[in-house]
Design a protein around this ligand. Structure first.
Ligand code: HPA
Ligand code: ZN
Length: 346
């Protein structure tokens, strides 16, 4: 690992912004800003629950994950056409590129939208076209991870996977999202085994609000390769040792954890302790339109709150490429760009 020269706290935000990074935990529906939501509502003649952007934004106060999921779900009602999915994804990718995200692995779900009468191909084709265009327009790579909704049944997850199979080549993997408590990973053992047979990469939300046991079963029953959130792992030293030894990445989302009251303050966040324990942690935005910040705001606010250093910044960006589902040639190129950015920064 590069030994990074010390950088003063006032220069750190510039470095955090400039450094190339991968974003691995972003729900595209959670990137839908109120302005675009209202524009799409108007385009599709969908009645809005709030009279204007300001009153909608002021409703974004949450006590827990479920509180958020209810509002988040209501926001997806404006999405009706392939172009809507394209526009939402294009807006995210443009915003991410401005934060020097050079690679994004984007979560989406189809069950929300098929539940509104849309077909799976409208969703996936719109998202995929935006990912393809981002290569030429922003010089960034992007891929798609289909998340099953864990508050629904495994049979419904199977149906969702079946509907996505004609578009298999547009997906890099599958994940598990939505209400965690009461819906342990093992509920989805068979559908993850099927996805694995199909050659899809596997990730899953675990240990956001739920116990360390959910992280164990995501690893040992679902055989996921990354854990999304995973912040509850610190309660279980044996689990921490396992995550470090097997280099299982955690996609951590500090501002999400703050907004959903997983931690009372950013200063109480355990990201620094994870890095100290040798965990392959990364920083991500989760649902940036709802949680008050894109990836750089997650970096800068968390670094300020925890007193993290330029060495931590290099480690986190390096981790993001290590944890990415990209080929090793591209990984090396991104890591070389990262190292060059640090070596030339002064
Ligand atoms: N957790 C679970 N499901 C989600 C989240 C999250 O943070 N964001 C969008 N769906
Ligand atoms: Zn998430």
């Amino acid at each position: 690992m590069l030994k990074v020269k010390p950088i003063s706290a006032d220069r750190l935000p510039d470095l955090l912004r400039l450094m190339p990074k991968a974003e691995l935990h972003i729900h595209i529906e959670g990137s839908l800003e109120p302005e675009l939501m209202f524009a799409l509502g108007q385009r599709n003649s969908v009645a809005m629950a709030y009279p204007d952007v300001e009153s909608l934004r002021s409703a974004y106060v949450f006590d827990n994950l479920q509180d958020f999921l209810d509002i988040y779900h209501a926001g997806t009602l404006v999405l009706r056409t392939e172009q809507d999915f394209y526009d939402m994804t294009h807006a995210y990718l443009a915003r991410a590129a401005a934060d020097n995200v050079v690679h994004a692995e984007i979560f989406f779900d189809t069950q929300t939208h098929t539940g509104h009468g849309l077909s799976t191909d409208i969703v996936i084709n719109g998202l995929h076209r935006a990912c393809v265009d981002a290569r030429a327009e922003f010089g960034m790579s992007a891929s798609l991870i289909l998340c099953f909704l864990r508050h629904l049944s495994e049979d419904e997850a199977f149906e969702c996977l079946e509907q996505a199979l004609p578009l298999r080549d547009k997906l890099v993997g599958v994940g598990l999202a939505s209400s965690e408590m009461g819906h342990p990973p093992e509920k989805f053992a068979r559908v993850f085994a099927r996805a694995r047979e199909l050659g899809l990469r596997l990730v899953g939300h675990a240990g956001e609000e739920g116990p360390p046991a959910y992280i164990w079963s995501a690893l040992d029953v679902l055989k996921v390769e990354r854990i999304d959130h995973g912040v509850q792992a610190l309660k279980d030293p044996a689990l921490m040792a396992r995550l470090a030894k097997d280099r299982i990445p955690l996609t951590v989302c500090p501002l999400s954890n703050l907004k959903l009251r997983v931690f009372p303050t950013l200063a109480a966040h355990n990201l620094g302790r994870m890095l100290d324990a040798g965990i392959v942690a990364t920083v991500n935005s989760d649902d940036p339109a709802y949680f008050g910040g894109y990836i750089n705001q997650n970096f800068t606010q968390t670094f300020a709150a925890l007193g993290l250093t330029a060495q931590h910044a290099y480690q986190l960006a390096h981790n993001s490429f290590e944890a990415s589902f990209i080929d090793d040639t591209l990984r090396r190129q991104y890591v070389d760009r990262l190292t060059a950015t640090f070596e030339s920064f002064n």
